[in-house]
Write a protein of this length. Structure first.
Length: 748
């Protein structure tokens, strides 16, 4: 396949003959060899004055495989073997053919772009026996005028109608190979095809009565005949009685059989876990036993305290008549739930005080260059929470050396210079984003960074698929014409949403460039700035100082500047998260205004407060950069809140997350009440599932600090606040209005 057309070749030659540019420089720019250039130049000089451009046109012989010693019949046999057995090697295919060797098979597969097993399997799934390149070869044999149409059609086993269809499309397009690609009709639904609701009714009847015939099912559904039911069965592979029975049994509840053990057997199993001589493993080391003893002591103190309070409460109730006891019981529940809300509000007040105190201390902060500015003194909160990155009371990150401090809250990264630009892979998860797909692609392709790629993880089933593929094709073609190295766009389209966003990102993780060191994730409704990647990398570097032996302070040189390493694999910081700035539609309605206010409180107060105290910091679903080696080690989960699942997995492995409000990306808010409710229900479900799965692992892990474990305790019942509020309010109303009972030690 020739890379440049006659017009493009003519312009390339003019740059040397007219403009006087060196041949080597022109060849490097257009990625061609000097041998090829001089071949074009020779044909250009030998042609007549009015025929010079035509002399540079693609010769007819270039359409044929002149160097190929494999006959057309042998090529067709090779393609048939590939379609039936794409896993066969070239040696095995050559062994099934006469007079065709291994190199002949390799040459055929290479020209047809089928030289890997993955390409052959993809070719088989398309069910197309004639790729565009082979079609051009077939058409070219007749265009040259050496062979007749009937003979060529007999060799390849095609009809003359099909041949003329290819020939017309090829000639009308001006000899473009793209015109010979298979054309899939863009039909979402035929006029008389069964609707989705009718298909659901058919499947519901099959699950309940798999023995029903198509006639009987058609009689139970309006506007759907016998042939319509048969077509539904054919599409869903349910056209036999056995298949329908198997389909119905798959929805039947399966009984759970639990093996029962005898009484003494269960005692022996429990005894073996506590007796070292009988245990299958040796007793734990002293460090582990020390942790177990600490946990046991804490549990004992908690049990004693709870038991004492319960005893005093029961003694108090015994002094009142039965009716009053019930009212005091409800009043106690209301007070307990109210205390829970008080603790939540208290955390917000403390966090706000921390942020205000930090903002007052900012004039005296120490810059990334290592030069300390003048201070006006520290207040009590600054000393307690240790804003200077030392071993403060609640700063839990000092253990990890390079994973903590308040690097994310400093806006002074000007002195942090990047000596190298690691390869970055931007992952864009899409699901029916036809209104904003082009906007996010425009923003990502305009990012000012020399070394990155863009991967679209597309699970869409609407026009988004065509929009993204068309954009990627035009963008990549433009880059190749200009001789640029990137950023190229790769579109990964999945036919199902199995595993949701996490599975789509996991698929992109497998397909990204092997050089990738960092992965950045943006949702479709975000618009990153041109310097976003550079800013992320600066904060990564600022969180990775060279230790001086103690693991706490960077090493200053003679100029007073700090040393920061760009070997990020030695850092325990796995993710740097940014600010999701929901401002693009903040004034659309009252819902967007409320959501915007909520996000502002989260990203300006809550998350900076966690960064100051060294608490566990959650990864948001967008606007963050993660190390590729860590993602490959841990892997994306398939939870509906994959970002929260990844956060808990990272902290379980000992990695840390840095949050900075200075890397921002404008975004849109949820604009309808229905979408808002569905979003929060999805968050609540995914949050509860992951907390239930990871709570004990995190609370018993030695890799989490005290503040991180306290944050896990804080976020665990986060989505139960509404239920607690309803229960507490109801109990208070019952105690006040029905039983008229109040706790003696508590006022109204």
């Amino acid at each position: 396949m020739t890379k440049y057309t006659a017009r493009e070749r003519f312009e390339i030659i003019k740059e040397v003959t007219k403009k006087g540019r060196p041949v080597a420089q022109v060849c490097r720019q257009y990625h061609i060899s000097r041998t090829l250039f001089y071949r074009w130049l020779s044909r250009y000089r030998q042609a007549e004055p009015g025929e010079k451009r035509r002399a540079l046109a693609v010769k007819g012989r270039n359409l044929l495989f002149l160097k190929n010693k494999v006959s057309p019949k042998a090529e067709l046999k090779i393609l048939k073997i590939v379609i039936e057995h794409p896993e066969y090697s070239t040696h095995k295919i050559a062994g099934l053919l006469a007079n065709v060797g291994n190199h002949g098979v390799q040459n055929v597969l290479k020209r047809l772009n089928l030289n890997t097993v993955d390409q052959r399997e993809a070719f088989t799934r398309k069910r197309s026996a004639f790729p565009p390149l082979l079609k051009r070869v077939i058409v070219g044999r007749v265009i040259k005028g050496d062979e007749k149409i009937a003979k060529v059609c007999r060799e390849y086993g095609i009809s003359r109608t099909i041949f003329y269809r290819w020939l017309n499309r090829y000639q009308e397009s001006g000899g473009r190979i793209g015109a010979l690609r298979e054309r899939v009709p863009k039909i979402k639904r035929y006029s008389r095809q069964a609707t989705d609701r009718q298909v659901e009714k058919v499947l519901k009847i099959v699950i309940e009565h798999p023995e029903y015939s198509t006639h009987k099912i058609a009689g139970l559904i309006t506007n759907l005949g016998n042939h319509g039911v048969q077509n539904v069965f054919q599409r869903l592979n349910l056209n036999t009685y056995e298949k329908r029975v198997a389909f119905a049994e798959s929805f039947a509840p399966k009984p759970v059989f639990r093996p029962t053990a005898a009484f003494w057997d269960r005692i022996k199993l429990v005894w073996a876990k506590f007796v070292p001589s009988l245990a299958p493993a040796p007793p734990p080391a002293w460090d582990k036993r020390k942790g177990l003893l600490r946990s046991a002591a804490f549990g004992a103190l908690f049990t004693l305290g709870f038991g004492f309070i319960s005893y005093r409460w029961l003694m108090m109730l015994s002094q009142f008549p039965p009716g009053t006891r019930i009212g005091l019981f409800f009043a106690t529940i209301a007070l307990t739930v109210g205390s829970f809300f008080f603790l939540y509000s208290l955390k917000y007040y403390i966090t706000i005080a921390l942020i205000l105190s930090f903002s007052r201390e900012s004039p005296g902060e120490e810059s990334f260059s290592g030069r300390r500015k003048e201070r006006n003194g520290q207040n009590l909160l600054a000393k307690i929470f240790n804003f200077n990155g030392g071993n403060g009371l609640l700063n839990g990150n000092h253990r990890n050396g390079n994973g903590g401090g308040r690097n994310g809250l400093s806006n002074n990264v000007q002195d942090v210079k990047l000596k190298r630009y690691p390869f970055v892979s931007i992952h864009l998860p899409f699901y029916n984003e036809k209104k904003v797909a082009k906007r996010i692609l425009d923003a990502c392709t305009s990012i000012d960074y020399p070394n990155f790629e863009i991967i679209v993880c597309d699970d869409s089933d609407d026009e988004t698929v065509q929009i993204v593929q068309t954009y990627a094709k035009k963008h990549n073609s433009k880059l190749r014409r200009q001789g640029k190295k990137g950023p190229f766009i790769e579109v990964l389209h999945r036919l199902t949403r199995e595993g949701f966003k996490g599975a789509a990102l996991g698929y992109a993780l497998k397909r990204m460039d092997p050089r990738t060191e960092f992965v950045v994730v943006f949702d479709a409704d975000f618009v990153p700035y041109p310097d976003t990647l550079t800013q992320f990398l600066k904060y990564f570097k600022a969180s990775n100082p060279v230790p001086d032996g103690t693991g706490r302070r960077p090493v200053p040189d003679g100029t007073g500047r700090r040393h920061y390493s760009e070997d990020y694999t030695k850092s325990n910081v796995a993710v740097v998260g940014g600010y999701q700035w929901h401002v693009l539609n903040k004034s659309e309605n009252w819902i967007t205004r409320g959501v915007r206010t909520e996000y502002a409180g989260s990203y300006v107060i809550e998350r900076p407060g966690r960064e100051l105290t060294g608490a566990l910091k959650q990864i948001s679903g967008s606007v963050y950069m993660a190390r590729a080696d860590v993602l490959k080690e841990i892997g994306w989960g398939t939870s509906i809140t994959e970002d929260f699942q990844m956060t808990l997995r990272l902290y379980e492995k000992g990695y840390k997350v840095v949050y900075t409000p200075y890397v921002q990306a404008p975004a849109e808010c949820v604009s309808t009440l229905k979408r808002l409710i569905r979003q929060r229900m999805r968050w609540a479900e995914g949050h509860s599932f992951n907390i239930k799965k990871m709570f004990l692992k995190l609370m018993t892990s030695p890799k989490l600090t005290l503040m991180e474990k306290l944050e896990v305790l804080y976020i665990s019942p986060y989505y139960l606040q509404a239920a607690f509020f309803l229960v507490g309010t109801l109990c208070w109303l019952l105690a006040e209005t029905v039983f008229r009972a109040r706790l003696p030690f508590w006022t109204a």
